[in-house]
Design a protein around this ligand. Structure first.
Ligand code: NAP
Length: 310
């Protein structure tokens, strides 16, 4: 009997209990699944999302893995009490959702749709946009989400450059890496999409110097994590017109405080961390597969590299 603790908050328990039981049953696992335990030493797997009720993993002496419902693990990866393997969330539903959100926001800016959607003076002012083939879009981060977004954009004929820590080779995408690769990427990025994880190396990556390397009038789209951007530097670049618009889904502090200048800046769009949530059915299947793998002695999927921080 495998003992599974759901430590991801009571709201999510209501959402996830059914899909998890369906997915675990479909794999023929014998298990107990509960949002609480009297005996942490009996727990084999912990399904986790950041929540104040579990910050100390020390009592879970026999846990074989912590399985995150979130793709971003920056709030747990440095937890010193977590000595067991940590797997992050990658699932088809989340990936598809992110591709849709990124493509929609790139197309909004590429086609200049605001000009017609927000047209208070009813001005008849046609403007022909370039074709996607003539628009350079850069994606920072070519992991599960960044790669899918880059491919989705390339599928629409955008001229896509992607940047990652290790060098990649992806059909239809110009792949770059390293410091020189970043300068090359930014200097061409008419539209920049941030899909990096938050680590010590990526915090404030988009600072004043790097914003200045981007073409005048470029657009920043951030569905990654808020601290990837130096907010003061971005606001200054928006005020000067060097950056023409920022569409931001993630922030240093969430919910974004009511008095934050992003809310009122005319060239900022705020979305409330909705770019792509885990879809319960496909997320539950990934969790169940990892538990099945753990029990079968197979390597777990999507293990976090604790040293790299993602
Ligand atoms: N807004 C939302 O709703 C939402 C939803 C889901 C996820 N997210 C965010 O999206 C992030 C990305 O998710 P993912 O699943 O695509 O992550 P992932 O598969 O871990 O991919 C991360 C990518 O970033 C690259 N990278 C990491 N550190 C780097 C560095 N220092 N320099 C250059 N490249 C670096 C990695 O390079 P390598 O390929 O060389 O390792 C990899 O390509 C998550 O961490 C999360 O913060 C947001």
């Amino acid at each position: 009997m495998t003992t599974i603790l759901f430590a991801a908050g009571s709201e999510r328990w209501t959402e996830y209990e059914g899909p998890l039981r369906n997915a675990l049953d479909a794999l023929g696992l014998e298990y107990t699944l509960s949002p609480e335990t009297d005996d942490p030493a009996q727990v084999d797997y912990i399904i986790y999302a950041p929540n104040p009720s579990l910050t100390d993993f020390t009592p879970y002496t026999n846990a074989k893995a912590v399985l995150s419902l979130w793709a971003g693990v920056e709030r747990i990866v440095g937890n010193e009490t977590l000595t067991m393997p940590l797997a992050r969330m990658v699932n088809d539903g989340m990936t598809e959702g992110m591709v849709e959100w990124v493509v929609a926001n790139v197309l909004r800016h590429h086609l200049g749709l605001d000009r017609y959607v927000l047209n208070p003076t009813r001005e008849w002012a046609p403007r022909v946009p370039p074709l996607a083939r003539d628009r350079k879009v850069a994606v920072l981060g070519l992991g599960a989400l960044g790669q899918a977004c880059a491919q989705g954009l390339a599928g629409l004929n955008f001229d896509v450059i992607g940047w990652s820590r290790s060098q990649k080779d992806i059909a239809g995408i110009t792949c770059l890496s390293g410091d020189d690769g970043l300068v090359q990427t930014l200097s061409q990025a008419e539209i920049l999409v941030l899909l990096l994880p938050l680590t010590a190396d990526t915090e404030n990556l988009l600072n004043a110097q790097r914003l200045a390397q981007m073409p005048k009038g470029a657009v920043v789209i951030n569905p990654g994590r808020g601290p990837l951007i130096d907010d003061d530097a971005l606001l200054a670049a928006l005020d000067s017109g060097h950056i023409s618009h920022a569409t931001l889904d993630v922030f240093r502090k969430e919910p974004l405080p009511a008095d934050h200048p992003y809310w009122t800046h005319p060239n900022v769009t705020v979305t409330p961390h909705i770019a792509s949530d885990s879809r319960t059915d496909s997320a539950a299947q990934v969790i169940a597969e990892n538990i099945w793998r753990g029990e079968a002695g197979e390597p777990l999927l999507h293990l976090v590299d604790r040293g790299a921080g993602y």
